[in-house]
Write a protein that binds this ligand. Sequence first.
Ligand code: SAM
Length: 298
Amino acid sequence: MSYIKDFEKTYTPDTQKNLTRKGTLYLVGTPIGNLSDISERALKVLSEVDFIAAEDTRNSGKLLAYFGIKKPMVSYFEHNKRERGEMIVSRIEAGEACALITDAGMPAISDPGEDIVKICAEKGVPVSVVPGPCAAVCALAVSGLFTGKFTFEGFLSTANNERREALEALKNETKTIIFYEAPHKLRTTLADLRKAFGNRKISLCRELTKLNEEILRMTLDGAIAYYEENQPRGEYVLIMEGASAEEQKANAFWAEMTEAEHVQYYVDRGMGKSDAIKATAKDRGVGKSDIYNIVMKK
Ligand code: SAM
């Protein structure tokens, strides 16, 4: 009984809260596959705004037609976002309400949106969010891996140097790591991940919320072997476990140094001896006195 009362208190629609306001940009989350995942509020806002900015007006036209919504649309995508963003924000400043949608999921997450929100923030134009599914969060939730802390990497660069640097920078990351990937690049990416991180656990979350939804929980070696036999198909989120404490130690910049060299490294960079001993002890996860004794014995 009290649970139901609490539920009503939290969820009774508040007419003030649910007003679609003029002069506002709405970031509206849309389904990542299953159209039933559209929210009631998303449909309300899409029906009530003055116009909709869409990544691909043809794709979004189909979504809107499915829900019986007719609205003027403008395109807003990677290659027109600079001038189009300014134009859209001017219309909002003049009093119109605009909803921004992308092909799937939450706008601004590996999708257009970030820049227009920045323009709005600079100009003091209100931005409101209508939450919807985000493939990264959905995949993390079903991955079976540690969800407490995670880092979102989006798509890895296809430029070799940038890609290598990005993977190198993640070597010591202990949080669970999330990547987006397209099917035709999956095999290369799995090979690159194996090379950079060893045989870590990985969950490959494919076609979430769609008919062919599949969650493969395996190791990188297992995934590479699996995709030698099977053709990658559909959209993927890759959830990879972070570095273990042992890996972190093995990859550390000081892994090949003696304790004394490690202390000297910090001294050479301007630290006093006592602080250098403290920093060395912290890096190695040992007591300050342990390092002190070794260094002073020399
Ligand atoms: N803004 C979107 C979001 O909130 O997740 C992401 C857009 S990004 C351009 C598209 C990528 O998201 C795909 O290449 C894939 O990695 C991931 N993705 C989108 N829908 C997915 C789904 N149903 N299942 C698995 N991955 C999906």
